[in-house]
Design a protein around this ligand. Sequence first.
Ligand code: PSU
Ligand code: MN
Length: 303
Amino acid sequence: MIDLQFSTEVKAAKEAGGAIVALESTIITHGMPYPQNIEVAAQVEQDIRNAGATPATIAVIKGRLHVGLEPEQLSGLGQAKGVAKLSRADMAACMATGGTGATTVAATMIAAHHAGISVFATGGIGGVHKGAETSFDISADLHELAQTPVTVIAAGAKAILDLNKTLEVLETLGVPVIAFGQDRFPAFWSAQSTLDAPLRMDDSADIAKSHAMRRALGLPGGQLVANPIPTQDQIPASELAPIIAQAQADADTHNISGKGVTPYLLQRIFERTEGRSLIANIALVRNNARLGAKIAQDLQKIA
Ligand code: PSU
Ligand code: MN
C-alpha cells in the first residue's frame, strides 16, 4: 500500500468532499525556466482556488508520492537540480530508491487516480513526434489516457508534435478528444489548427457527465479536453512554424532523443521567440486550470 503524502489543503478538501484539480510538476522542472516556473505554479494553484476548487500539484520527493505540495516544497522542487522526469515506466523505481522526480502527464494521471482525483489540468500533453515513423517517439501520455480514468485539460498538443498522427493514435486507443467551445483541435500556442477535433462540447457540465458516463459503461481510460488558448495570448501558427522547424533541426543535429526531446524543443522555441512562447504557455495553463476547476465541481455535483 503506498503512503500518499497529502498537503494540508488537499487533505482538508478530501475530508470535506470538495472538488480537487491535479497539476503536474514536469512543467515546473522541465517545461519552464526558474524563477518563472515557481511563480507560474503558485499562480495556477491560486487560479484553481479562486475558481472554487483545490489544487493538488503532484511530485515524488525523496521517494514519497506527494499529492499537493506545501509552498516550500513547490519552490524547492522548482530550484532543485537533476530532478528526474517521471512517466509510467519509472515512477515506481524512483519511489523505491528514494529519488526525487517530477511527474509528466502520464505519471500525474496515475497518482491522481490513486488519490481519487478525476480531473487534471496542464499545458499540453505529449504525443507523436514529427518523424515518429523512423524514431518511434510516441509519448507514454497517449497510452495513459487510454487506461487511466482521469479527464485531462490541455491546450491541445504542442505544435512541436505531429498533430495529425497524435489524433490518429488517440482515435486508435479509444480516447475521447473534446475541443472546448470550437470545432478545431487547438495547437497549444495557437488557438486553431487545420484539424477538426473529433468531439466538441461547449459546457463544462457535459464534459463531467461524459466522464461519469464512461465510468458507468465500465470503459477504462480518461478524456482529453482540448481547451484553446485565449486568442489575445496566442502566437499565430504561421509565425511559429519556421521556429519549430529550426528547433527540430537543432535537436536532430545534436542527436537529442528520448526524454530529452520535449524539454530541448521547448527551450529552443523559448530562445527563438525571445520568451513569447513562455508568456503564451503561462496564459494557456491558467486558462486550463480555470476550466479544470469548473469540470471538477460539475463532477462533484453528479457524484
Ligand atoms: N507541457 C508543457 N511543458 C512540458 C510538458 C507539457 O507546456 O514540459 C511535459 C508534460 O509533462 C508531458 C511531457 O507529459 O512534457 C511529455 O514528454 P514526452 O514527450 O517525453 O513524453
Ligand atoms: Mn518521447
